[in-house]
Design a protein around this ligand. Structure first.
Ligand SMILES: *Cc1c(COP(=O)(O)O)cnc(C)c1O
Length: 356
């Protein structure tokens, strides 16, 4: 499928079965059926049920469909923050979330790491007024990942605060204990190997209660896509608007493919491929992993410091059919970024690494 292999961090290489599933959608009129029909509800239910199995989402938590991860940041901030959110920032996506909160008229607070550093959560003091702790679990810009164990411990120290995590570029690899997480969200064009245009938000009953509380205070939590509106419709396996039916259908199929492969195997393969890539970066005479501490190494979006050689390397790899990402923002020339998603086969990673 396709001419090149995309190791870009999103959109990325499509999962190999996407073509087959799109053809099935066309052949079975999936793109013409009503979003209020029984057939659509079944697709919604399957996508949601498969995600529950794959990510071990308990019945207590709801699965909602949005348009993107940035939308999720906005909905979450509107929905569960009356005044103050606290943001743990290790890259540009954390910054984006913080700015969304500001633009919505909230009072966000933050701790921000230097590029390539993590944040030590064990020593972190969260201000009293913070209602929700917002964490970019895997910041795609610098390849910094916050270990889930650290997040659980932080949650244990602040049991009354809500915890919301951005898992856009770590799902479905990341294992999550949802008893300690109120909100997690991702979009599908990264680890799920799908076309862009669908966001998934997993939410606890406590977080939904908070949304109702905020509404009662007279603060707007949004309109047709408020957390409450999404939650009410999701109970009937529907969305308030006409959704991205194709992507919900594809998600129902891709999750089935992942379940067949097995989440254990998917995670083990991701670990193995990540180790190959990090070893390559560490043993290369001119390169280094950009993230300093191993503890914060992302397994799914790996950033390599190539000492200003990014443009030349990307060009060379492109000629061999490998599309690799440049560095983020001002580090464009200094870094390359390699995605390690389920769509990326071990053999392709090996060929990629021998093509530098
Ligand atoms: C890509 C990305 C987003 C934004 O996702 P969209 O689908 O473009 O809204 C947010 N957070 C992280 C960590 C990302 O990698």
């Amino acid at each position: 499928m396709g001419k090149n292999i995309y190791f870009t961090v999103g959109p990325s290489q499509l999962y190999p079965t996407v073509r087959k599933h799109i053809l099935e959608a066309l052949d079975n009129d999936i793109l013409s059926i009503s979003h209020r029909s029984l057939k659509f509800k079944e697709i919604f239910k399957t996508a949601q049920g498969n995600l529950r199995k794959l990510l071990n989402i308990p019945d207590s938590h709801q699965v909602l469909f949005l348009s993107s991860a940035l939308e999720a940041m906005e909905r979450v901030t509107q929905g569960v923050v009356a005044n103050t959110s606290f943001h743990i920032i290790t890259g540009s996506f954390g910054k984006t979330w913080f700015n969304i909160a500001k633009n919505l008229g909230k009072t966000p607070l933050k701790i921000e790491a230097e590029a390539g550093d993590g944040v030590d959560l064990s020593k972190l003091k969260i201000p009293k007024e913070a209602e929700v702790i917002c964490i970019t679990q895997n910041d795609t810009s610098f390849g910094v990942a916050i270990p889930m164990e650290d997040i659980y411990k932080l949650r244990d120290r602040y049991p009354k605060k809500l915890v919301a995590i951005d898992i856009v570029s770590s799902a479905p690899f990341l294992g999550i204990d949802f008893s300690k997480i109120d909100i997690a969200f991702f979009s599908v064009q990264k680890g799920f190997g799908m076309p862009a245009g669908l966001g998934v938000l997993i939410i606890s009953p406590q977080a939904l209660k908070k949304a109702q509380k905020i509404t009662k205070k007279g603060i707007s939590i949004g309109s047709f896509h408020s957390l409450t509106a999404l939650s009410e419709k999701a109970k009937q396996y529907q969305t308030p608007e006409t959704p991205n039916v194709l992507n919900i259908f594809l998600l129902s199929k891709i999750t089935e493919d992942f379940l067949k492969l097995g989440i254990k195997r998917l995670r083990k393969e991701t670990e193995e491929k990540a180790e190959l890539i990090y070893n390559f970066a560490k043993t290369h005479p001119n390169f280094n992993p950009f993230v300093k501490e191993k503890k914060y190494y992302s397994k799914t979006t790996i950033v390599i410091d190539v000492k200003g050689q990014s443009k030349m390397i990307l060009e060379k790899l492109k000629q061999k059919g490998f599309i690799v990402g440049s560095g983020y923002g001002s580090l464009k020339e200094d870094h390359i970024r390699i995605a390690n998603f389920p769509s990326h086969k071990l053999a392709d990673i090996k060929t990629l690494l021998s093509s530098f």
